[in-house]
Design a protein around this ligand. Sequence first.
Ligand code: ATR
Length: 261
Amino acid sequence: MTIGDPIEHSKSPQMHNAALAALQLDGDYVYVAGHINVAEIEQFIIGVRAMKLHFISCTIPHKIAVMQYLDEIDETAKKIGAVNSIFNDNGKLKGSNTDWLGVVKPIETRTSLEGKKVALIGAGGAARGAAYGVTSRGAILSIYNRTVEKAEELTKQFGGQAFSLKNLEQIKDADIIINTTSIGMQPNTDETPIPKEYLSNKHIVLDAVYTPAETRLLKEAAEQGATVIQGTEMFVEQAAAQFKLYTGHDAPIEAMKNALI
Ligand code: ATR
């Protein structure tokens, strides 16, 4: 099950159910979405225990609020400070986080992160998983955020340097650029976090925004010759890691991608 507020536009059920069907596990599991608001989260967890629900995926705004009701939280989720996955292990609710894999895996199919200069735009919830992921693989981190204090908080924990968006021109020198802000998301598809002239063919550019799949940032990055990674790929990879958690099987990535299109 996936929970969020809002949740109506979530593509997770169609993606997970397609994956379950592809491995003929659809007789064992069904994946549904639930619109749960923050005030209901404690009651929801009581319900999870009573109904013995097998797995919960948490999206905004539950990734932090739900943590206090769980029996265990693994080291990675503790470091990131958020859970996106709750696995019911015979009544014990275990929290973990696969969001960072959504960032790291697509990059690592293209290049190694070790020693690479990563510029992270944004310092909110999505940035935390990205900061954890790239620094755990040995990248050198710079975080750019409108509110520079929030970027500084992240660099205190994960290392690297914090900058305001006024210094964004420095990203010309980065190897990998990751946008974790919502700039460019529908309906504001004409916006972009990075001026086109700062982008070049030496960059790999990831955009966590996946509605639309091709954001203005990615379109302009491709026009400048950069390697681009769509948010849909990040979304599939974090979900694939969840699929492995709750079924024990490697996820059928192609089936998941196809279900999203
Ligand atoms: P999420 O959990 O999706 O990361 P969030 O925690 O609300 O969401 O974080 C949103 C991020 O996008 C923040 O870094 C925010 O900048 P501030 O910390 O200054 O608020 C950034 N952001 C959102 N809209 C923005 C905009 N129009 N211009 C610049 N930064 C923006």
